[in-house]
Structures are given as structure tokens and as C-alpha cells.
Design a protein around this ligand. Structure first.
Ligand SMILES: [Zn+2]
Ligand SMILES: [Zn+2]
Length: 404
């Protein structure tokens, strides 16, 4: 067997005592550590059984393959937390990079200890020049890859800080036009015959960017609700005059047919199917799940990324989604809560529910009646944790609840 060959990389000589990796994908060949010399190395702590690892893994494979194809000096070494050899081997099939052998417990343990790995997935980036003290080691490779992908190479601290500065500047310079148009397109789609609305005509309005897809069950559930709230907001604004609100569908649909049928149900506008801006926007706003509603103010700047949450909490009252508006609503809710009964019997639950708020045992919750998020005032079962929005309580008389 090979022993460690003098590698100037401090951390590797210290920890990879055997100096052996196995090649994934094809034959399981052994590779000498010396072959990694001079490369940027990602030590990838992960396990097949854990869904967040599997999600990240797919993204990491994409980034790795792009870097490999453009000749970047990068390698990944998988350090498995799988429970057995079969799980390890199956997981390794999805990885085009190297692994510490599953049987090499000593190396896996010492790597986990050295880098104080507390949660997975974890990606530790080692730089070739990181020789003695480890100061160039970057511990948050997972976040860097999620946020910047292949652009973050060579994954140094400096590069990360530079990308963060650039991102901040982009957000400061943000306008509706640079979000929604590109050199080949200055319009978005509506339902008219020409189907084209100039982005220019939306300037000065409050805009909701609605990231959604027809294959996604929570999206299909949220859309009809958003439609009715959208209509109510539009109606109120029409009566008042002056301000205007619009939503732009940013589609995550998988084919043109689903896009057409889904967009067909929506009374608002859309970016074209598979438009290049869609990916850019999702990355720019760091959209990690759909449905997602990002609110852009009349000045073209981001008001909130929590549009969906605010819609669920406050319906049409959430408009225009600003902090000032949310504060105002909360004050009103505090006022209204004063007249609510301290406890209620609810048609859908057999125990008595108690009125709670942030200060008295409440907090963010999922309503057991309508399945949507909530926070602040709520009715909670102190016995089993069942919790509903105050608006969702269907009060019943004592004695009519089963089991009481
Ligand atoms: Zn509810
Ligand atoms: Zn209960």
C-alpha cells in the first residue's frame, strides 16, 4: 500500500494517514494523494440517507462537471457518513469524484474531528497555498456553492467576499428593467392577442414576482388563493386610483404545454417559458423553494422576499408588503385580540384551545385547519400543540365537542 507522500498541504498530510483514495464512478482504482498536489480540494462530508445531502449533491455534481470541462484545477474528496458499504457504494455511483475508502474509519474520523464537522452536507475547501496554519481554509463551501455555483471558483475567502460585494452592488442598482428584460426582449407576456406588454409600462407599480410551477403541489394549492387576493387588491386600488399592483409569473414548468395551461389560469403577466432571466432571477433572489412571491416596490427595489408568507398571514391587507404596513397590521391585530375570547372550543379539535401570542407561548406555526403559516395571535391546544389562526377557529358550544 502507498504511504503518504510528502504533500505540502498541511491538513492532508496530517489527516489522510493512509494516503489512499479510491476513484469513483468506474473501477475503484486507488489514487495517490500526491496527484492532488497543487489543486483546490473540496472535502465533502455527506450521506446518502439525508435528503439535504442528496439535494446539494446534484448541484455539486453540476458545478464539478462544469469546472472539470473548463480545465479548472479542482478535485473533490467524499468523506462518507453512510451507514453501510452498500449505501456508500450506491451514493458513490452518483459522484464523479474521489472518495476516502469506506473501510478507512480512522481517516474519516480524523477529518471530521480536524474540521469540526457538525452537520452535513459540509464542504471544506483547501487551497494549495494553505500550507502551515490553515488560515486559507474555507469552511462554508455549501453556502458558497448554493449562492454562487461555478462563479465562486477557486472558492477562496477573498472570492466569496468579492461576490458578496458585487451582489450587494447589483441589488443597489436594481431596476425593474434590469430584472425583467434582456438584450433580446423588452416585453413580457399577457393574455391578449399580441401577448406582449412592454416592461416599461410596469415601472412605478408594486410588482410581485411569482415563482411557481404546475408540477408543484403547494404551488397549485397557493395559486387560486393568490388569484383571489390579487383581484381584491386590484379592485381596492382601482377605487382609490393612483397606485397599481401587478404580478409576473416566473415559471418553473417543465414543458411549454404545462406552462400554457398553468399560465392560462392566471389573470396576470408572465416571463416567457424558459426565458434566460428565469434562472438569473431565481439565483439573484436566492429562491430555495416554490411557491415564492418576491415583492418589488414602485422604485424597482426589493420590498420583501416573504410575499407568500405575508399573503398567507394577512391576505389583501398585506399590500403593499412594506415593513411599515406589517407593523401597522400587527398593531391592529393586537388591538383586535383584546376582544377575542381567552379560550375557544373549535369544531375540528376535541380539546379546548387557548389564545396565545408571541409573548405567551405563541410563535411561528402551521395552522392545523388551513395548513398555512401563521405567527403572532393564535389559538393553541396546550395539551397537544394543535394550533390554528384566530380567523380559522369555528367556535362550538361546550358539550358538542366529541370526547369532552
Ligand atoms: Zn388557518
Ligand atoms: Zn389538543
Amino acid at each position: 500500500m502507498w504511504r503518504t507522500i510528502a504533500v505540502h498541504r498541511f491538513s492532508l498530510t496530517l489527516t489522510l494517514t493512509r494516503g489512499i483514495f479510491i476513484l469513483t464512478y468506474h473501477t475503484g482504482n486507488l489514487v495517490k494523494i500526491s496527484e492532488l498536489e497543487g489543486k483546490v480540494i473540496g472535502l465533502y462530508f455527506s450521506a446518502n440517507w439525508y435528503p439535504p445531502c442528496r439535494n446539494f449533491n446534484q448541484l455539486l455534481v453540476d458545478v464539478y462537471e462544469q469546472l472539470k470541462s473548463n480545465g479548472s484545477n479542482f478535485e473533490i474528496v467524499f468523506v462518507s457518513s453512510d451507514e453501510g458499504l452498500d449505501a456508500f457504494n450506491n451514493y458513490r455511483q452518483t459522484m464523479p469524484w474521489l472518495s476516502v475508502p469506506f473501510s478507512d474509519l480512522e481517516t474519516k474520523k480524523s477529518l471530521n474531528r480536524k474540521f469540526e464537522v457538525e452537520g452535513i452536507p459540509c464542504l471544506i475547501i483547501l487551497q494549495p497555498e494553505d500550507n502551515k496554519d490553515g488560515t486559507a481554509t474555507f469552511y462554508d463551501g455549501v453556502e458558497m456553492i448554493y449562492r454562487y455555483g461555478v462563479d465562486a471558483f477557486p472558492f477562496t475567502k477573498d472570492k466569496f467576499e468579492q461576490l458578496q460585494r458585487e451582489e450587494k452592488m447589483r441589488h443597489e442598482r436594481q431596476t425593474l428593467a434590469n430584472l425583467l428584460t434582456n438584450p433580446g426582449r423588452d416585453y413580457i407576456l399577457d393574455h391578449s392577442i399580441t401577448r406582449k406588454v412592454p416592461v416599461e409600462s410596469l415601472v412605478g407599480k408594486t410588482i410581485g414576482l411569482y415563482f411557481s410551477g404546475q408540477w408543484c403541489v403547494p404551488c397549485v394549492k397557493f395559486t387560486p388563493k393568490l388569484i383571489s387576493i390579487y383581484r381584491r387588491i386590484k379592485q381596492t386600488l382601482e377605487e382609490k386610483g393612483g397606485e397599481d399592483f401587478e404580478i409576473v409569473f416566473v415559471s418553473n414548468d417543465r414543458d411549454q404545454t404545462s406552462f400554457d395551461s398553468y399560465f392560462g389560469t392566471m389573470p396576470w403577466l408572465a416571463l416567457p417559458f424558459e426565458d434566460p432571466n428565469i434562472k438569473t432571477l431565481a439565483k439573484y433572489f436566492d429562491v430555495q423553494g416554490i411557491p415564492c412571491l418576491i415583492i418589488i416596490g414602485p422604485d424597482g427595489k426589493t420590498v420583501t422576499k416573504q410575499g407568500r408568507y405575508l399573503i398567507n398571514l394577512y391576505q389583501e391587507n398585506a399590500y403593499p408588503f412594506t415593513d411599515a404596513k406589517v407593523e401597522l397590521i400587527e398593531k391592529e391585530l393586537d388591538e383586535a385580540a383584546k376582544s377575542l375570547p381567552r379560550s375557544e372550543l373549535h369544531e375540528g379539535h376535541r380539546h379546548e384551545l387557548t389564545l396565545v401570542s408571541e409573548g405567551t407561548g405563541g410563535g411561528p406555526f402551521i395552522c392545523c385547519d388551513c395548513d398555512e403559516q401563521g405567527s403572532g395571535w393564535a389559538y393553541q391546544c396546550l395539551e397537544c400543540g394543535y394550533e390554528v389562526h384566530t380567523k380559522c377557529v369555528r367556535a362550538v358550544a361546550p358539550g358538542s365537542v366529541e370526547g369532552r
